[in-house]
Unconditional design. Sequence first.
Length: 427
Amino acid sequence: MSKIAIVGFGIEGQSAYRYFARHGHDITIFDAKTVEVPEGAKAEFGPDIYDHLNGFDMVIRTPGLRPDRIKTDAEVSSVTREFFKHCPAPIIGVTGTKGKGTTSTLIYKILQAAGKTAHLLGNIGVPALDELDNVKADDIVVYELSSFQLWDLDRSPHVAVVLMIESEHMDVHTDLNEYLNAKARIVEYQTPEDVTVYLPTNYHTADIAMRGDGRKIPYTQEPGAYVEGGWILIDDHAIIATKKLQLPGRHNIDNACAAVTAAWQITQDTAAMAKALEEFEGLDHRLKLVGEVEGVRYYDDSFATIPGSAIVALRAFEQPKIIILGGSDKGADFTQLGQEIARQNVRTAILIGLMRDRLKEALTAAGFTKIELFDEQSTMPQIVAKAKAIAQPGDVVLLSPACASFDMFKNYKDRGEQFTAAVKTLA
């Protein structure tokens, strides 16, 4: 029996508690805030709680807490490190700034369609330690990995998928270099028997891919999956016509190419790939169509919490757009987003929340002035009603905020759900 400190009691901390309690360890929960814990559990709360964590065999860190914030004489680990250490099955790990959830899910669905026993874990699936005891050696794990989960990882997955990378989480990471170094851990411990699937046209992605010893396979070009003549192809096999994908935007075609390239390392079942890709309708809050009212289509892209994601969403549609932007600060620079909106077919930008004035400055500096402002006391029905009043048949209304959500909503899910509910009331 080991003495284990679980630091931070969110989703992963709760999963860690269940796992280590199930295996008979002595556990103490620590959290900066007072939170509800299981009956009978030992717990300590307070803002300085992470400064005094001596006397344990292991400290399990919550993902968003910097490893150097913890002062202890014990080994500092995480749910992800413990899973990688004990997992008996091959792991396909997926990271990137955006697209991780979509790509991970596509890989998972392809493997399932091909008859494989697969587990979708990490940010998007079941908490990893909840599933660890159920994973068998001949299964396959698909693990979505954020920079926070990768931060102190000391093993790399058998297949590492590195998607588009740009600056994010600058409210937690000290700078871009620290963020990139965290991401790079997905490949740094690979051997020549492992595989790195990467986007060759993204500078940061290509740089990270070269930091490990895995065999390098680019996607969007051969020998990975690529597009030619309106089809996704790999190794001289036509997989699916791009027009059959239900996901809008060139970036989602790229995500499909990444998924095909990764899955190809496990199975070459082209029929399974085509079926999974054609049936996938997308994840909630990731550029998802939530309604059409009077000829106007409404898309929930609340997961777009950085400017680059909003730019990608804008480029997914040729139609006139009303875009809803804004929220709380993540340390982002809105200059390029303002320039993109000025170039795009945008009818109006509705700017909301704490970042509305910063966004207005960026848009007006780029010469775009068709702006509506809503402060953080505004409600989503008011915002959506304004979008409806502006929109014309054939337009797209796009919630793609480019900001965090914590000024007006619980989280990005709450923001997206309130948007969806407001759209439903329009109909």
